[in-house]
Design a protein around this ligand. Sequence first.
Ligand code: ATP
Ligand code: MG
Length: 410
Amino acid sequence: MTAVRYSGMVKENTMRFHSFLIKYGEIGIKGKNRYMFEDALVRQIRFALRGVDGNFLVHKCHGRVYVDCEGEYDYEETVESLKRVFGIVGICPVVRVAVAEIGQLRKDVVSYMEQMYPDKNLTFKVEARRANKRYPMNSMEINCELGEAILDAFPETKVDVHNPDVKLNVEIREEVYIYSEIIPGPGGMPVGTNGSAMLLLSGGIDSPVAGYMIAKRGVEIEAVYFHAPPYTSERAKEKVVDLARLVSKYAGPIKLHVVNFTDIQLYIYEKCPHEELTIIMRRYMMRIAEQFAVKDGCLGLITGESIGQVASQTMQSLAATNAVCTLPVYRPLIGFDKREIVEISEKIDTYEVSIQPFEDCCTIFVAKHPVTKPSVERMEKSEQNLAEKIDELVKTAVDTAEIIMVGQDD
Ligand code: ATP
Ligand code: MG
């Protein structure tokens, strides 16, 4: 790493940061888990930054994760990308300067404060850490020197060691790291630390949010979308790919299975009571999704269902849908109101795409008065009408599914 003196690099009085110190929650990540957690975090940070303008070195050092930015880079875009990496609790922009005798260090922190805080009516505390033990002063002595330097340069500042407005961290390593701001990260766990699950992704508002929420717990996401050409258009499918891409900004690359559901839907339409269509269709979606999940080693299914939202999501309907699955079905939105779901979808930027008006494969065959209290027995009985062809239709649907890798190269 080359030492860079920031004073010469400041442009038009905007602070130039050379690194980001990444803070992460440490609860429950002792020993072996800690390495797994940190390695996954480093991997996800690299993934998040791969499309950002700049040259980044992401590395672990003494139980910390840093992003070093070599040369020019887009600060805003970098921070925005880091804010999408689960596991990050805080992002600290760092100014790096060369290790130097204390006189120079005094100038460096004064210069940092000068640029960072135009209004000097503030209280502060210096917190020096000496990882490089060859430095000839201890942390306490450095604190005193640098505190004094700031007070001398800006008489309107005050020291407050208990509750300062600004906690100025000065870490002496192979270079000196100066930072004081913490930009909040999304929290959660790095994707890849908690297995994988199969998301039933429709073009609606809910399922992308459900995928986001489970990915936030460190779970890798695959997805399956059922379409019904020509009843649903190519554009409806593209919308789902767009949604998967938006979710992948948080969740990492997503393997999306696009299943042609038309023949199954028509067959159910022909053979089963129309008011039961939605539930029976949903049961077949779950069965097919589970086949893909098992094949790829996913440990669960994810849906965007929430109790009572529509007829197919009453407690009875959910039970009828659930009954066909062996894997656990995760429904992170189960207790959420639509308003709360919309809020998250706006925050994660999927809302605008979700509300684009393209037909959904379920709405096309939907009955005027769908059952709201389907029993598992009644569904099983109706499904007996499908005995002749359904296995073959399901097999064809599975075998002909199109696989799209989303978020890998874009
Ligand atoms: P969403 O906003 O996620 O579409 P919704 O309010 O439209 O949800 P439903 O259409 O009843 O609710 O769907 C419930 C859940 O079933 C969805 O959240 C999704 O997980 C799954 N699902 C529905 N339709 C499809 C589809 N065509 N492909 C994949 N999954 C689907
Ligand atoms: Mg839907």
